[in-house]
Structure formats: C-alpha cells, structure tokens
Design a protein around this ligand. Sequence first.
Ligand SMILES: Nc1nc2c(ncn2[C@@H]2O[C@H](COP(=O)(O)OP(=O)(O)OP(=O)(O)O)[C@@H](O)[C@H]2O)c(=O)[nH]1
Length: 368
Amino acid sequence: MTHNAIQRLLLKRFALAAGTYALALLLVWLAFFTGHYNDSLAGMVIGSVLTVFSQAVLFAVFYSGTNLRCSDPSLTEVQILLGLSWQSWLIAHLDEARGAFLVFYLLILLFGLFHLSRIAFVRCALLVFFSFSAITLWELYHFELHDPTQSLLQVCVLFVVLGWLVLYARYVQVSRQRMRQRRFALQAHQDTLRGMMRQLEGLVATDELTGLFNRRHFLRLASRELNAMEVGVVHGLALIDLDHFKRINDVHGHAAGDQVLQAFAGVATACLRDGDILARYGGEEFVVLLPDCDAERLTACCERLRIAFMDVELVGLEIAHLSLSAGMTLLELGHDLDHALHRADQALYRAKRDGRNRCAAAWENVDA
Ligand SMILES: Nc1nc2c(ncn2[C@@H]2O[C@H](COP(=O)(O)OP(=O)(O)OP(=O)(O)O)[C@@H](O)[C@H]2O)c(=O)[nH]1
C-alpha cells in the first residue's frame, strides 16, 4: 500500500471515531436534558467543547501528517486512551443510567481489537476496569450510590466482558499473524513462479547454441516492429548465410561447426547497435532487422559484418577462408514481413550464385 493510501485509510478511521464521538455527545446531552447527567449547563458546554477540541487536535495531527513521525502512525492507543478517559468522565457524572452507557467502553475497545498489540489491549482493558471500579468505590465511600448491589453487578459484568474481549483480541491477533505469514509465503511463491516464467520465456525465445533469439521470437519481434512503424520510417532486413558451412563440418567436425556459429554470433552482436534485432534463422542462416535504417546504412552494416567475420579468431581452430553471404532488403509501412523475407532470400541466392562472400540487395518494390 502506498504512503498516501495508508494516510487516507487512517483519516477514514479517524472520521469513524469522530462520528462516534458526535453520537455519544448527542446521547450525553439527551441524558442531561432527561436529568440523568449530574452537571451544570456550563460544565456540559465546557466538557463538549473540550471533547470537540481534542478531536480537532487529532484531526490536525492526521491532516498535517505529523502522525507519520510516530512509531504507530494510526495513533490507535492514544485515541483509545483518550476515548476511555472521556468515557470515564461521562460515567462519573451519570446516575443509574450509567449502566446503559457502559457499552461505549466496549465500542472504544473494539477500535483496538485489530490494531493494538496484546499488551496494549490488556492495558486498555485494565484501565477500563479500574477506572469504573474506582468511580463505583468512590461513590460507595461517599454514600452516593443509589443501588450498591446493582453497581456491584455492573462491575462484575464489566469484568467478565472485558476478560472475554481480551481473549478474543488474542485470538484475532494470532489469526492475523497467521494470515500475514501465509501472505508472505504466497508472495514468495509468486516471486519464484514469476522468475521461472521469465526463465521459461528466455528459453523459448533463445537459440541454445548461439544465445541469439530464435526464428520464432524474431518473427514475433519483427512483426511488432512492423506494426509500430510510422510513415516515412524504413527498416533494414538482411538474411545472412555462412558460406560452405557443410565443408567446415565435414573437414573439421561438427563441434568446430558449432564453434564457428558461436563465433559469428559474437562478431555480429559486436557489429550491431542496441535495438537491432539479430536471430538465428535456422542451421547456418541468420537474420538481422535494423530499425530506422536506409539502404546505405544497411549495406554498410552488412559489409562491416562480412569483413569482421572473415577475420574472426577461433580458439584452437585453423579454418581458412571463412566468409558469409547476405541478402538485403528494406521494409516500409504496409509491407508484409513474409514478402520482405522472400525478397531478402532471393538476394541471398544471388549473392551465393555470384560467387559468395558478398552482400546483394533486393530493393525492388521499395522507394528507397
Ligand atoms: N555444426 C553445426 N552444423 C549445422 C548446424 N545446423 C546446420 N548445420 C549444418 O550446416 C550445413 C549447411 O549446409 P548447406 O545448406 O549445404 O550450405 P553450405 O555448405 O553452407 O553451402 P552454401 O550455403 O551454399 O555456401 C549442413 O551440413 C548442416 O548439417 C548446427 O547447429 N551445427
């Protein structure tokens, strides 16, 4: 979750708590007008103003982001302790109607059920129990209790309900912990799967011997380039075939042939720019797509490659007269990839027919 999303969530939670305060204040005023709240009108007004003020301060803390500097940015314990203090203040001023208002203690504690640590929750529950018991004892001591047995019953009920809440909070915490662990495990599995998918995609797209893209992946990439082509942009396409490769295999062995293919891949990669697409088209044939290119640049690139391959150094191998032939063409917007490959193949055929070790072009149908 992003930083802003967390802050928005905390503000929403604060709004919920503030709404509960508003409702509670309404009920307190109702208790006051029905004669169950023992305080003067001035005391009521001051108490209400202070309650609203305490919420305004909390709002300012959340709104300014000051809460983010605290170890618990949700300020759950602070808010609960504040709520419990106001509630105890309210209880202390109520007559026998306080029994009905006891439920607010539980409402306040419910806010901490999911967010307070176990120790903090027990601390809050103890505060509730001791403050209510203290109020009851104080009134008992001053003979202000109208019905001491009813008050004793209230203390006992509160004790039992608080005990149950503490146990339930523990259960909730353990369940959340377990769910968090499961989520982490699931995330780890997803990461592993994503990594395996990436490896698999790499394997499916790569030629094992040379490490270049394979034909299928080249066709996919070239089609994508063609679809994304803009008006006036031209791409260069070349089919490259190593000359007399069968002879290399026959004379030096298949492993030597493999080494030559790998050497070509290395030389060609070094000759190309980032963004050029080189792939093994099959056997000893390679294909290269040069995006945003013209006839001159394509020819220069293929010639550079041809000359570099002639000088390639093979470790532990002495092969005389290494050479390649290339068939070149250009691709424009609206051109068909298959047709372009066919044109390049015809040009390659001409290069072979005319004596190999050369680059031939098929610019037909292209305005370049
Ligand atoms: N070592 C090795 N040889 C391969 C591989 N794939 C294809 N070949 C061989 O490449 C040779 C291609 O021979 P040809 O198609 O006759 O072509 P060439 O001998 O290069 O003759 P020209 O293309 O006309 O110059 C065949 O002998 C294939 O067995 C490979 O992965 N490794």
